[in-house]
Design a protein around this ligand. Structure first.
Ligand SMILES: Cc1ncc(COP(=O)(O)O)c(C=O)c1O
Length: 352
């Protein structure tokens, strides 16, 4: 591909931090881990942050810390990565998959008729979801909110960072995200000390003290070397998010038709994905492919249409139509203005 869909970043600064941590700290539980947590909590504007080994792990452990278990039900949107629902099933609870609004692909709380024990809204594509509606539902049903902010590091809703809006925020550091740790990794954020302590215990086999264990748990800690790389990435997150926002501006300027999904009017997206929605989607992708330009579809199959969810027998029409018309354009910070121009030219050829 002349312009790949995604470019993995590895800088000298990441390399130096990794080597320094490996040479000077314990591989597990080194001081880089607590420093990364402190810095991430400060960045997000929460009292606590607890790192884990993935975004999926962050969601799963948060649910467990909030007491979600067999017999519980949890709302989550069907337009997301499958982990948003699988984490619920891994606690033996049942996901209630919710349709989306076709404007931005976020959860449509107004379509909910059920009752549940918790809600996991997703800030999909880096864009804060309609959090006012989520909050109203949570107050109405008296249920906790766990934000799936796995794609939205640094996004803002009504002046506050996502991950600080609810009971717990969950982040992923998978390499394609706006920030990584040089491998898999995740983070939870909360203002509630008890929840933070529970998460730290569950990620560490349910440990209470050095030799005492008082609950079931996993080995789901973040490795020291990954935390050290995460600290470097966090330092550069804002500048990289700004570049992503500039790239979107450039696309909007260049495209004949503004078919890019809008951002929440009450917030600021970090454009993890730059998604266009068009009924000529497949032709646009082919044109890009023929010109050696990468693209992707997030998500080609909504969660309720995946094999392990088909038994639920759901039809969620908005997400089904949406998934046939959306595609993501390259959005990484190192994409040049010239490359944006080349990509836009290919898209324009089809939509004009
Ligand atoms: C919306 C969403 N939720 C959850 C996850 C799971 O994160 P991870 O891949 O780190 O387990 C991801 C990332 O892939 C995601 O994009």
């Amino acid at each position: 591909m002349k312009i790949p869909f995604f470019v993995q970043e590895f800088t000298d600064e990441m390399k130096e931090a990794a080597i320094h941590a490996l040479q000077n700290e314990s591989f597990v539980g080194g001081e880089s881990v607590s420093k990364f947590e402190e810095e991430f909590a400060e960045y997000t504007g929460t009292k606590y942050a607890a790192s884990v080994s993935s975004g999926n792990g962050a969601l799963q452990i948060s649910l467990m810390a909030l007491g979600i278990s067999e017999g519980s039900k949890v709302f989550t949107p069907t337009n997301s990565f499958i982990a948003s629902a699988n984490c619920i099933r891994m606690t033996n609870a049942k996901p209630i998959l919710v349709d989306i609004n076709v404007k931005d692909g976020g959860i449509d709380v107004h379509s909910i008729r059920d009752k549940a024990n918790a809600i996991i809204p997703v800030h999909i594509y880096g864009n804060p979801c309609d959090f006012d509606s989520v909050k109203s539902l949570s107050e109405e049903q008296k249920i906790p909110i766990i934000e799936d902010a796995c794609q939205a590091h640094g996004a803002i809703f009504r002046g506050k960072k996502v991950g600080s809006l609810s009971d717990v925020g969950c982040f992923s550091f998978y390499p394609t995200k706006n920030m990584t740790v040089g491998g898999d990794g995740g983070m939870t954020t909360t203002d509630n000390e008890e929840i933070a302590m529970k998460i730290k215990s569950i990620r560490d086999n349910g440990r209470k003290t050095k030799n005492e264990f008082d609950k079931l748990g996993f080995t789901m800690r973040l490795n020291t070397v990954n935390a050290a790389i995460g600290r470097v990435q966090l330092k550069h997150l804002d500048e990289k998010n700004s570049r992503r926002r500039q790239i979107v501006k450039n696309y909007r300027k260049e495209l004949f038709e503004d078919c890019i999904l809008p951002e929440n009017s009450e917030g600021k997206s970090v454009y993890h994905q730059i998604v266009i929605k068009h009924d000529k989607r497949d032709k646009i992708r082919k044109e890009l492919f023929d010109n050696e330009i990468g693209s992707a579809i997030y998500y080609e199959k909504p969660i309720h249409m995946q094999k392990i969810y088909q038994e639920y027998g759901l039809t969620l029409p908005n997400s089904e139509k949406f998934s046939r018309e959306i595609m993501s354009l390259p959005s990484y910070p190192s994409l040049t203005d010239e490359q944006v121009g080349i990509i836009a030219e290919c898209v324009n050829k089809i939509i004009n």
